[in-house]
Ligand binder design. Structure first.
Ligand SMILES: Nc1ncnc2c1ncn2[C@@H]1O[C@H](COP(=O)(O)OP(=O)(O)OP(=O)(O)O)[C@@H](O)[C@H]1O
Ligand SMILES: [Mg+2]
Length: 321
């Protein structure tokens, strides 16, 4: 069953420099399409400023889309007014990057977890049971030790466990996790992601996992969407894309991954040369062309490559294919 369908989604932010200068746009999300079946996890990868957070926030309708379509459970939610969005707000949740600033410092863990249940009218006894269960599920045990604690009394990892528990306690159908482990110690990232994966699959939650680190996606992703400067450059099943990356940018991201061989650990890695482009005046044609080692002269800087299905379910936007 398809839970979420996103078609040619665009989110442009208007910017105006001077009083008489024309309005320009930051094209943060510029033509993104994908579908998610119920229970699937999509990793959205891309460097800083490529539009990942804006994409997640637009799909959750926290930012207004400029054009395109968002269909959730068969219902077009792209432009429906806030007053009709209550059910959608109740069906979705977000896990934030910074577990410290996203948790209210004046509230106890118990209240932080209870709050979304209060909003949904869950009675006190049931709430108390759900909170204990949620703490057990994110391995903050015994739960009694954590109920009365405040966020500052927890470690970063523990705080993010609370953030995850809070997002999942209402059993949302769709969750956007925006860089949920990038502020945590490397040593606990895999554990937190595996925990998210197991809870996601236990409850059949559909998820979007946003990260700039393609390596972490392996713990959680079924599908992957690679973004570059607001555009999608590659999209497909996680294994296919990792084994056989087609786009030069995806290849560069994989090339830059640390080598598991200890002898090569300190080797200098190839990173995509050059700077991420401006989203106000993006490069013409293919936005990656100024950095691309395989640029086709006379083609790539002129014409924008369409997204093409190269293998079943595996799409790429590149003139090489
Ligand atoms: N509310 C806004 N108004 C204007 N511009 C915005 C707004 N939100 C985001 N942007 C711009 O949109 C672009 C994409 O930002 P976004 O935060 O989506 O990128 P990101 O891929 O999540 O980056 P990071 O990895 O740094 O989190 C940036 O140029 C950013 O400055
Ligand atoms: Mg972001």
């Amino acid at each position: 069953m398809t839970l979420l369908e996103v078609r040619d989604l665009r989110t442009w932010f208007p910017v105006k420099k001077g009083l008489f200068s024309p309005v320009k746009y930051v094209k943060a999300v510029d033509g993104i399409s994908f579908t998610l079946e119920k229970g699937e996890v999509l990793a959205v990868i891309g460097e800083s400023g490529s539009g990942k957070t804006t994409l997640g926030r637009t799909i959750l309708r926290l930012v207004k889309p400029t054009s395109g379509k968002i269909v959730f459970e068969g219902r077009d939610i792209t432009n429906i007014p806030e007053s009709e969005l209550r059910w959608y707000r109740f069906s979705t949740a977000m896990v934030f990057q910074d577990p410290f600033s996203s948790l209210n410092p004046y509230h106890t863990v118990q209240y932080i977890l209870e709050e979304p249940l209060i909003l949904r009218g869950v009675p006190p006894k049931e709430r108390a049971e759900l909170v204990v269960k949620a703490l057990e599920e994110v391995r903050l045990v015994p739960p009694e030790d954590f109920l009365k604690k405040y966020p500052h009394m927890l470690s970063g990892g523990q705080r993010q466990r609370v953030g995850i528990a809070r997002a999942l306690i209402t059993r949302p159908k769709f969750v956007v996790a925006d860089e949920p482990v990038s502020m945590l110690d490397v040593s606990i990232r895999a554990e937190i992601l595996s925990l998210m994966r197991s809870l996601q699959s236990k409850y059949g939650i559909t998820m979007m996992y946003i990260t700039h680190d393609i390596a972490t996606a392996k713990y959680i992703a079924d599908k992957i969407l690679v973004m570059y400067a607001g555009k999608m450059v590659e999209y497909g099943p996680f294994r296919d894309v990792i084994k056989n990356p087609l786009h030069p940018y995806t290849q560069a991201l994989i090339e830059a991954l640390p080598d598991p061989d200890p002898a090569n650990r300190f080797k200098i890695r190839k990173v995509p040369p050059g700077e991420p482009p401006s989203l106000i005046n993006p490069p013409s044609g293919c936005r990656f062309h100024p950095r691309c080692p395989y640029v086709i002269k006379g083609k790539c800087e002129k014409e924008e490559p369409p997204l093409k299905e190269v293998k079943r379910g595996h799409y790429v936007a590149c003139w090489l294919y």
